[in-house]
Design a protein around this ligand. Structure first.
Ligand SMILES: [Zn+2]
Length: 431
């Protein structure tokens, strides 16, 4: 009996805790929404991660990840790290060749790699008059009012989540998927990636992908470099990890507030809207950079939303305007394609997010496509149409979602790795 009572009180305590996590995660009250909470699934997994907000390395990685990096390392393009992780490139730019041999975005916004076999960055919505709504730096603990607003508009976005934020604010991260947004990674600690060593860059991408899988239950195949700072060495590592690099065409510069005054950021929004009105995007849409960095950036986005809606024919996530109906490795998550979106479908067939601590993560060739790494990432084929039928309606309430991935057989890895190495050795010759 005593045991039974103890079990009941434990259950009640767990229930009370669950209530308080939910309350905090759903709050829009500025005094409570950002109170730190302890979420047991994250506590259970945190020892397997690098220190939050520190540059990642492989000290806490499992043997598979270390073995993968060791195999990959010798194939990574031999491009030296640049500047500092905080973005001081003053010792690099004076002598960096004007021809931009590394396709270094921070130098001249290069998005078409110089090394053969590396995918170009995705920067656009290929569909006309489309504002690709991309929101970086979340999950932010104060994002509920913004997410509520997007929900009220039946609007989905692509959210680029920072791994450290995902572990800090796991329930807020789960809400992103539950609301029907598309989740991509934005590194582990948000540093300038071209400054990092091969191991650090690999770990930044690996652990952000792993955090999203462990906490939200899906494995993203897209990432955006913080500050856009990427070159062919970093693109190569990302691609080997099955992650497509995503940049943007238009930047609101909202993250520069308050250094930049609100009037300037308003003008940036206005300028993009004006371009839509004068026909600049009549044949091809754009990805626009905005942030859930702080309340200001989110309120700006909400404030301009009605005018964006007026000026652009469509506002969509990256996956939708690229007809990428299955953006995750988990094939049971389906988003509408662009045609379905045009006919009013907004919700995909999504399962409720569930934390699955230390779920096996299939890396790097997890989609199982043979041939080359470039074929494994669906953003590369924006004109493909997908035969999706199971759309519409609310998300499934199936709580058994987010089943861990099966590990792929070692033999498949070997075959695919050989393919990759073949591409790489060809690419290296071009350096
Ligand atoms: Zn960022």
């Amino acid at each position: 009996m005593a045991l039974k009572l103890a079990a009941v009180s434990l259950t009640l305590a767990a229930f009370a805790n669950a209530q308080s996590w939910q309350d905090k995660a759903q709050s829009v009250d500025p005094t409570t929404e950002c109170q730190v909470y302890s979420y047991p699934p994250v506590q259970a997994m945190i020892k397997n991660y690098p220190t939050i907000w520190q540059i990642a390395n492989l000290q806490t990685a499992d043997n598979d990840a270390i073995a993968l990096f060791n195999t990959l390392n010798s194939t990574i393009p031999q491009i030296n790290p640049k500047g500092t992780p905080m973005g001081d490139f003053s010792n690099v730019t004076p002598t960096y060749p004007a021809a931009d041999p590394d396709c270094w975005w921070s130098y001249h916004q290069c998005t078409t790699p110089k090394i053969q076999g590396i995918n170009p960055d995705v920067t656009r919505c290929p569909t006309p008059n489309t504002w690709g709504l991309t929101v970086d730096d979340g999950p932010n603990c104060s994002h509920n009012a913004y997410y509520d607003y997007l929900q009220s508009q039946n609007q989905k976005a692509t959210l680029f989540y920072i791994g450290s934020n995902v572990l800090d604010w796991p329930l807020e991260a789960q809400r992103g998927l539950a609301d029907g947004h598309e989740i991509c990674a934005h590194t582990w600690s948000h540093r300038y990636m071209t400054a990092l060593t091969n191991e650090e860059a690999f770990a930044e991408l690996y652990f952000s992908k792993k955090a999203i899988k462990d906490v939200i239950g899906v494995t993203p195949q897209c990432w955006r470099p913080p500050f856009g700072d990427v070159d062919d060495r970093i693109r190569y590592i990302a691609q080997a990890l099955g992650m497509q690099t995503v940049i943007w065409v238009e930047d609101t510069f909202d993250y520069e507030y308050p250094t930049l005054p609100q009037t300037t950021i308003d003008q940036n929004y206005q300028n993009i809207i004006n371009k839509a009105k004068n026909g600049t995007y009549d044949t091809e849409g754009i990805l626009v950079l905005s942030h859930e960095l702080q309340n200001f950036t989110m309120s700006e986005n909400m404030k301009w939303f009605p005018q964006i809606q007026q000026a652009f024919k469509w506002i969509t996530p990256l996956a939708v305007c690229n007809n990428n109906t299955k953006p995750y490795i988990e094939q049971d998550y389906t988003y509408p394609n662009f045609e379905q979106w045009m006919s009013g479908v907004r919700n995909g067939s999504l399962l409720a997010p569930t934390a699955s601590p230390n779920a096996p993560i299939s890396l790097p060739f997890s989609s199982g496509h043979a041939g080359s790494v470039s074929t494994s990432i669906p953003y590369g084929s924006p004109t493909a149409t997908a035969g999706v039928t199971g759309t519409g309606g609310a998300q499934s309430s199936n709580k058994s979602a987010a089943s861990p991935m099966m590990a792929i057989p070692a033999s498949s890895v070997a075959v695919l790795l050989t393919t990759l190495l073949g591409i790489v050795s060809g690419a290296t010759l071009l350096l």
